[in-house]
Design a protein around this ligand. Sequence first.
Ligand SMILES: Cc1ncc(COP(=O)(O)O)c(C=O)c1O
Length: 396
Amino acid sequence: MPFSTLTPQPNDPLLALIKSYAADPREEKIDLGVGVFRDERGATPIMAAVKQAEEQLLTTQDSKSYLGPEGDKGFVTAIAEHLFGEIQTHRAIDGLQTPGGTGALRLAGELLVRSGVKRIIVASPTWANHLAIFQEVGLSVITTPCFDLKTQSFDLKGFSETLNAAEAGDAVLLHGCCQNPLGIDPTKQDWRVIADIIASRQLLPLIDIAYQGLGDGWEKDNLGARTILSAVPYGLLAYSCDKNFGLYRERTGALYVSAPDAESLHCTLSNLLHLARTNWSMPPDHGAAVVRLILTNAALHTVWREELETMRQRILSLRHELAHLGTIGSLNLAPIAHGKGMFATLPLTPSQVTWLREHYAIYMAHTGRINIAGFGEGDIQRFGSALHALMKQNIA
Ligand SMILES: Cc1ncc(COP(=O)(O)O)c(C=O)c1O
């Protein structure tokens, strides 16, 4: 019998959460589960700059002919200019368009395996799909807990020890900004320390940037990536435009290689193009064409930057409002103010998360991750009351 050796795979718990939220009739329900930006009305609108670029495309695009496995090169170059800046004067950097950041990570994983890399080091917790992708391509994933949820801080010492114990040639996954699921990023000094260890241990960094512009800002959110890539001869960077351009379902991303010279870059890139050809042949075009238009047209760029900054400011003010709830039982929410990006993870147990859902219609991942942009008008006050009630329950 075909497929008889297969075992059923579990559903993604977040998708199940979205379904039960939709089915919940309680009017006061709050959705902190889904990983998309929400405005104050709870909507995830198409950005005005994207709409304008789409209108331009509609009138000017004159062919849907194939572009090739590299996708839209103008898009790849436009992102690279903003992302890498002056590093491109002393590193050979190029890339290819991929179906979202996920496609970039998958391709990076396959390239690592093809190059003989056996292990990838990941500070945990991380985005669940990181672990799944790297395991699926055949890498051994070494996870080390590197965060303290109570104080919402990054354990640089613990991460440094893990990196120092790694073997030359091991890969290391780094969230370039706005760590998902914690929102806890290394500081400028931390990045320096991490870069020095990666360079001296001859490790290979794979940087994942999926939220540029939603942390410290569009320019500043590339600091970590630039610090790392300047310190090492080789690096990979997976990029997603699906959050900062609100393009989610358009699957818009890129994978970049940074190499010491053009010759080594060419060889690595040719392998990536070959891998892309055997995976999806060519990436979907629309999202990348939109981003290219926005980044290469001064007027559109200005509109988009303002919108991105408005999104960032909304997240920041919600972070401050949450932090204002202060200490509730054993929970201290104050450090949430200093987190970056859409996500934070509260030190709650799965039973406590279930209790909040059943008694207060508050939906969040069982890990305690919340999407801060999910809070609407007045929701944070209600969230605070719910946490007060929860802490009186003695639920472990
Ligand atoms: C950390 C991280 N990397 C990559 C991605 C992938 O993004 P995309 O939707 O572009 O595949 C996500 C999406 O949630 C993410 O959170």
